[in-house]
Ligand binder design. Structure first.
Ligand code: ZN
Length: 284
């Protein structure tokens, strides 16, 4: 930045480029490739000659602080986004539950198979006794036949239970496969999203670093007294300590200051605060 008397060459954004001709000149230079555009992603867009005043310095500081606030807020969102994965957590829990249900279904099936085998064994033993010829008493033979028939009836019940257990087990296998596929898809999406967030985070950190240097330069142009007033107002006025004077009124609360205050504010060298909201009025 170079000084030419009271005129200082400054890098400004569209906030400062209120003069339409300046802006169109800027655009023309950029289109013709003459712009020093290496820093166009940051606050500066195009160098113009702009009178620097006590208030314009504060306004520039506020613009930078506003950018820092919004970038830091976005960084916090990114950090939270990288840390919390609710959809993936849900998908993992679903898969875990599906696997637990499959384990239960497999145990049920094993139990049903054992019971069926046990019942078949009892039938075999009963039939062996029945047809061995060792029992000749008609009453005993009848009892054995009744027992064999009863064992067979219950075997049907057990076989039906085993079949149901088998179906449940197969369904649980499918549910696990589906839950695993859903979890893998979530992990893939998550990885892609994290990659984007990390790239944005890196860009924001670099941008913040550069804005930090710009802020240091901006602060150096402000007196300690003005900085203190600005900082206090910025804290108490939701980040807006300096407001543009628009259509004859304070740009924040709309109350028109007296003509004497307007004249004082117009010089830009005297801090004039809105009589209503207390913000510093900027005539730039
Ligand atoms: Zn006001």
């Amino acid at each position: 930045m170079g000084r030419i008397g009271a005129i200082k060459t400054v890098w400004v954004d569209s906030y400062f480029a209120s003069d339409r001709k300046n802006r169109s000149d800027c655009t023309a230079r950029k289109k013709s490739g003459q712009s020093k555009g290496s820093r166009v992603d940051l606050l500066p867009i195009c160098p113009i000659i702009q009178p620097v005043t006590r208030i314009s310095n504060l306004f520039r500081l506020q613009t930078l602080d506003g950018q820092i606030d919004s970038h830091q807020a976005r960084l916090s969102e990114i950090e939270a986004g990288l840390k919390n994965h609710p959809e993936l957590d849900r998908a993992r829990a679903d898969e875990e539950n599906a696997r637990a249900r499959l384990e239960d279904a497999k145990k049920d099936l094993l139990r049903a198979e054992e019971e069926t085998r046990g019942q078949q064994q009892r039938i075999t033993e009963t039939d062996k006794t029945l047809y061995s010829g060792g029992v000749s008493n008609p009453k005993e033979l009848q009892d054995l036949q009744d027992e064999s028939a009863a064992l067979r009836r219950y075997l049907s019940v057990l076989e039906e239970r085993q079949l149901q257990s088998m179906i449940r087990s197969e369904e649980s296998e499918k549910a696990v496969a589906a839950a695993q596929a859903a979890r893998e898809e979530r992990e893939r999406l998550r990885a892609a999203q994290d990659e984007k967030l990390l790239a944005e985070q890196a860009l924001l950190q670099t941008t913040l670093e550069t804005i930090g240097y710009q802020r240091e330069a901006a602060v150096s142009a402000v007196t300690a007294e003005d900085l203190e007033k600005y900082s206090a107002l910025r804290r108490s006025k939701h980040g807006m300590a300096v407001v543009r004077f628009e259509s004859g009124a304070c740009g924040a609360c709309g109350v028109a200051p007296s003509s004497a205050r307007i004249d004082s504010a117009r010089s830009g060298q005297e801090i004039i605060q809105c009589g209503n909201c207390g913000r510093i009025l900027y005539m730039g």
